[in-house]
Design a protein around this ligand. Sequence first.
Ligand code: HEC
Ligand code: HEC
Ligand code: HEC
Ligand code: HEC
Ligand code: HEC
Ligand code: HEC
Length: 420
Amino acid sequence: MLSKRSLVGVRLNFHTLAVLFFMLIGTQAFAADPAVDSSDEAVAAGKAVFNANCKQCHKLDQKYTGPALRGATDRQPAEIVKTFIKNSGAVIASGNAYYAGLYKDFNNLAMPAHEFLTDDDLNNLLAYIEFGDKVDPAAAAATAGVEGGAVAVGGGIPNEYLTVILGVLVVVLLLILVVLGLIISVLTKYLTKQDLDEDDKEFVNQKTNLGKVFKSDMFVVIVTALVIALVAKTALDGLYSVGIQQGYAPTQPIAYSHALHAGTLEIECQYCHTGVEIGRSANIPSANICMNCHTHVQNVQGKEGVSPEIQKIYDAVDNNQPIEWVRVHNLPDLAYFNHSQHVVVGEVECQTCHGPIQEMEVVGQHSALTMGWCIDCHRQTEITTEGNAYYDKLVQVHSDSKDALKVKDIGGLECAKCHY
Ligand code: HEC
Ligand code: HEC
Ligand code: HEC
Ligand code: HEC
Ligand code: HEC
Ligand code: HEC
């Protein structure tokens, strides 16, 4: 009876520990400069400025074309951050080592100047950056606690914390075992001093010492399993993240803007990327396709003369030299990816994989393009079989199973489908 109750006590403590741990993760992440306004009005006003000027490159908690912004006023004083937002080039040129390093990390991609922002705009921006769209750490911890392992990976907790959590769990488990062992030996000592009848004596004296706990099969199995899980997870993370280039957005030879052409002018992606529906490669348009319009359009509306950027198209055509666009997305040669399979057969939107291209001034790599990324989608995505005779047989065979037909069911997880 006694030992059972103490067990319950230990489990409760463990639960509290776990919750505390998750809350710690949630709250320790960033601190903001205390000068930053945290009122709801400031945050809302800041969000509007952010959406109009910064959204195409930044997210609050995730690296995008630019760095994740939350915590910016922790990394540098608020006043300097404001100067940086107005004119990043000037701050970097002034010798600020932090921003110079950041600039280098982002492939010398210069953030555009925002001289037009007022001081109020800037203060509101900082309010939004630090206090906007915050994930409630308690809620995140609750879902993580309920759903456990695999599901939590997809949800709230960033992957890199999982290794730490696993490690801490191992330590906590060991501590619990030690404490349990101590409790048992103290209790045993106490009980053996009491007057007990034979049955109880036998019960008390049975395998209760600490050494036995450590040697017990159960203990060995648990510890081995945890160590294996830890090693396997580290190895898998390594494999799944080989050569990640997410966020890569090189400067292109011509300041061509998708935000202008695909966004404002609403030109179809296929008008330029002619390969997406017929084959493996999407194709980058040749200068001739640009010339369809730019023979006439020599500058943006309201400006005189030929735009120097558009002059570069003319030069390329005159000299019969292709424009040397810098490739953004690049799978290693060992992997095979086919656009038409996804765009035509799978009916996947360009934006699902490439992000909001129609909002990007400079194209950046939106998805990780790792094997894990391909496979996750193949596990989750149902295939559209309706009206597609190709699938009729498969659907029939599959109709006994209650789950929807996913890409994985048609071989989307087979190594040879993606590897030569
Ligand atoms: C065209 C893309 C682009 C746009 C638009 C843009 N940024 Fe940036 N931003 C960057 C890049 C890239 C960096 C990394 C530093 C560098 O390369 O100069 C950066 C860095 C930053 C930093 C420093 C972050 C840190 O980790 O300390 C802040 C703050 C910032 N941007 C705020 C803004 C705000 C606010 C706006 C809108 C008014 C904005 N940015 C618009 C690309 C952009
Ligand atoms: C008017 C022509 C044109 C249109 C329309 C257009 N693009 Fe592009 N796209 C280009 C050019 C030129 C490049 C190469 C320069 C660059 O990366 O910005 C490019 C590059 C890209 C890249 C990066 C390629 C790489 O190097 O990995 C992606 C992805 C892309 N476009 C997707 C889209 C999507 C999605 C749409 C529709 C929403 C679209 N494009 C519409 C001309 C166009
Ligand atoms: C379907 C027509 C069309 C095609 C195709 C097209 N453009 Fe444009 N482009 C325009 C229009 C229209 C403008 C001017 C928009 C405005 O007035 O704001 C423009 C503006 C530009 C500008 C801005 C010039 C400046 O000084 O800011 C550049 C650069 C540009 N285009 C490059 C390209 C390149 C490179 C291609 C080929 C990959 C291309 N365009 C294909 C219609 C097109
Ligand atoms: C299922 C995900 C997915 C979808 C949907 C998708 N792409 Fe891609 N795209 C990729 C991958 C992966 C690459 C890199 C391919 C490589 O390096 O071999 C890529 C590369 C590109 C490139 C660079 C040139 C090339 O062909 O390698 C362009 C341009 C492009 N995509 C445009 C588009 C357009 C336009 C659409 C929509 C009509 C689209 N993509 C839909 C995943 C996707
Ligand atoms: C956003 C979701 C998504 C992503 C990301 C994605 N795919 Fe797919 N993929 C699909 C869908 C949907 C189909 C099914 C098309 C069909 O109906 O045949 C498919 C089918 C395939 C097939 C054919 C499978 C078969 O058995 O016929 C291959 C090969 C493939 N994808 C490779 C890749 C590779 C390589 C990547 C990563 C670079 C990738 N996919 C990323 C959604 C995705
Ligand atoms: C849906 C497509 C897909 C399937 C299925 C798939 N892979 Fe991959 N794999 C990829 C892509 C894409 C990459 C390149 C990712 C990168 O560079 O990060 C890759 C990379 C790898 C690498 C790393 C190679 C390197 O560059 O070091 C290995 C190893 C690998 N795959 C093995 C396998 C094995 C084994 C299977 C079968 C169990 C498999 N893959 C199934 C898409 C796939």
